[in-house]
Design a binder for this molecule. Structure first.
Ligand SMILES: Nc1nc2c(ncn2[C@@H]2O[C@H](COP(=O)(O)OP(=O)(O)OP(=O)(O)O)[C@@H](O)[C@H]2O)c(=O)[nH]1
Length: 578
């Protein structure tokens, strides 16, 4: 059945086939039985006729008028619809064609009762062993035989026995039960024509009944099933097209009526849900469009379906340009985007630089309920200012405001790290510690602001004296510490001396200061902690002070009886001040 065929035609066709089958079966059944009945009736009539002919002939024969029997037979042959009429002997030969019986009878009677025929002939009509003939003779009953005729219609042949009566013995002597057989053949042409006519009427009636049934079925199906179904189908099409206000009219309370009312209920609930979703979507759209963060969303084919104004602002591109470039080109860096997305949606935001801005990007793959990819999303946040403030904060937390050197907290952290590294790698780590000589007096004499400027100048010198991977720190007040990785005690001593002489030689606003220094190095000095290194340098510094200031002292365990290893200028720092 064609899949595109409308249900109305499908059902009508199905009903038509079913009705046709039943009607044809009934027509065949009744026609067949009617035919059989007609044929049987015809057979019975003809049988009676044949038998009465046989009895008539027998009576004629008994009356001694065989001639009449013969002429009777000849006349019967001419009757319409009687194709053949013969009087047969029980061996199948036609009687009354030779003188054999006449001679027998005359001989038996002893006179010339019957005159012999002028001409004789032997006419074998049926073979002696013909089953129908044998059955008729042996059973003494009439046998009907249907055979195809030459005109296309069937013929009906009766073989009716001519019974042997006692009176027959007078002429024919003792014999069997049957003396001869009447063979009467009629054409069934008239009967079959009648049957054919009946068939024609039956087919006509059948066609009429079928057409009426089909029309009625089509009409009834249309009214009761198809039209309601079509209404629901049309309503479904309208609902799927977005018209959620459409309702199916309900005309009945049957299954189709229930279906329509269920559909209407479903549509109403769908509309309620849809309206709710729509409101949520509107809210979401407002939020997305008003968000400070850039939002870009794609569908599962990778096509960009949403770009909010913040994204346009951050990327300095129009929404259409972003959509044209594609999701992987959001940051003009396809490789990076692919990498982020290949991680199955980055869980951590990624910080990247884009057109002099620092952007925080959260790129993720959106997965559906069954873990299939339904799209991708990128959330962009401009953290340039945040980053600047963070860097500034970090700088402020690790540096000293007056001198710009690293502060003590940073020193402690760094020293820890460097000490551990030196201990692990077996390299040297040196510490230079110094403070300004008689600085209290300097402050008192020149004022605190002047003292600050001196501190800044000394810090400047200090930074210049160190390598770039050394760390210059303001340890507190007018005390400074330098951390010198990969530096031996002698190396640190040289640096300290150079710094001391630089400061001694320099001026700040025409004023001079000197510094006293202490140097310590690991592992020459077997300290067990970074604090130990500081303490050793501090002790060496103390000794520089004690030895007269403006000098550098090595922190090394002094051999018994020997003095500290010193270098530097004049013993008393008073002379270093201007
Ligand atoms: N101008 C200025 N002075 C400071 C600052 N921090 C500490 N000082 C001063 O530095 C002086 C340190 O004095 P002291 O510890 O007695 O040492 P000193 O006077 O340098 O004597 P010696 O170290 O023994 O030579 C104090 O007067 C502090 O007020 C600062 O940030 N600016």
């Amino acid at each position: 059945m064609n899949k595109n065929m409308r249900i109305r035609y499908k059902i009508t066709l199905a009903v038509g086939i079913a009705v046709t089958t039943v009607l044809v079966a009934m027509a065949v059944f009744f026609t067949y039985f009617q035919e059989q009945s007609v044929l049987k009736q015809n057979e019975r009539t003809m049988e009676k006729l044949t038998e009465s002919v046989a009895q008539g002939l027998q009576a004629v024969m008994l009356a001694g008028s065989a001639d009449i029997a013969e002429s009777y037979a000849d006349r019967l042959k001419k009757v319409t619809d009687i194709l053949d009429f013969r009087i047969l002997r029980i061996n199948g030969d036609e009687a009354f064609r030779d003188n054999k019986t006449i001679e027998d009878v005359n001989r038996r009677r002893g006179d010339e009762t019957f005159a012999p025929r002028d001409s004789e002939m032997h006419v074998p009509v049926l073979p002696a062993n013909d089953p129908s003939l044998l059955a008729s003779v042996s059973e003494g009953r009439t046998i009907a035989v249907y055979e195809p005729g030459q005109d296309g219609h069937r013929n009906l042949t009766f073989l009716a026995p001519i019974k042997y009566a006692d009176a027959c013995s007078k002429c024919h002597g003792a014999s069997g039960k049957v003396r001869g057989v009447i063979k009467l053949t009629t054409s069934l042409a008239a009967v079959e024509r009648d049957i054919y006519e009946v068939r024609q009427y039956a087919i006509g009636g059948l066609a009429l009944a079928l057409a009426a049934t089909m029309l009625l079925t089509g009409y009834m199906l249309g009214r009761t099933v198809v039209e309601p179904l079509e209404k629901v189908t049309n309503a479904m099409a309208r609902v799927s097209g977005g018209d959620l206000n459409h309702q199916v009219p309900i005309h009945s309370r049957d299954e189709l009526g229930n279906m329509a009312s269920s559909f209407n209920r479903m549509t109403s609930e769908l509309k309620t849900t849809y309206d709710g979703l729509r409101r949520e979507q509107d809210k979401l759209t407002t939020i997305i469009h008003g968000a400070g963060e850039g939002i870009i969303v794609t569908d599962n084919t990778g096509e960009i379906v949403l770009v909010n104004p913040a994204a346009e602002r951050l990327l300095e591109k129009s929404a259409s340009q972003i959509a044209t470039d594609g999701f992987r080109q959001i940051l003009d860096n396809e490789e990076q985007m692919r990498e982020w997305l290949s991680e199955g949606g980055s869980r951590e935001p990624i910080t990247t630089t884009y057109k002099d801005r620092v952007l925080q990007v959260f790129a993720s793959t959106i997965l559906g309920n069954d873990h299939n990819v339904v799209g991708s999303a990128a959330l962009l946040r401009d953290i340039t200012e945040e980053k600047r403030l963070e860097d500034e904060l970090r700088r402020l937390s690790t540096t000293d405001g007056l001198t710009g050197l690293f502060n003590r907290r940073h020193l402690d952290n760094t020293l820890d790290t460097e000490y551990n590294r030196a201990a692990r790698t077996g390299t040297s780590l040196a510490v230079v510690m110094f403070d300004i000589d008689h600085f209290k007096k300097f402050n008192d004499t020149h004022g605190h602001d002047q003292g600050d400027r001196v501190l800044q100048a000394v810090a400047h010198n200090f930074r210049d004296a160190l390598r770039k991977y050394d760390l210059a720190c303001r340890y507190g007040g007018e005390e400074f510490v330098g951390i010198l990785p990969n530096t031996t005690l002698d190396g640190a001593y040289s640096v300290a001396e150079r710094l001391r002489s630089d400061i001694e030689a320099s001026e700040v606003d025409g004023l001079k200061v000197t510094i006293s220094l202490g140097v310590a190095a690991f592992p020459q000095l077997a300290v067990v902690s970074p604090e130990g290194l500081i303490e050793a340098a501090d002790a060496a510094l103390y000794r520089s002070k004690a030895q007269g200031r403006n000098r550098t002292t090595r922190a090394e365990p002094p051999p018994a009886g020997s003095g500290p290893d010193q270098a530097g200028g004049t013993p008393d720092a008073d002379t270093t001040q201007l």
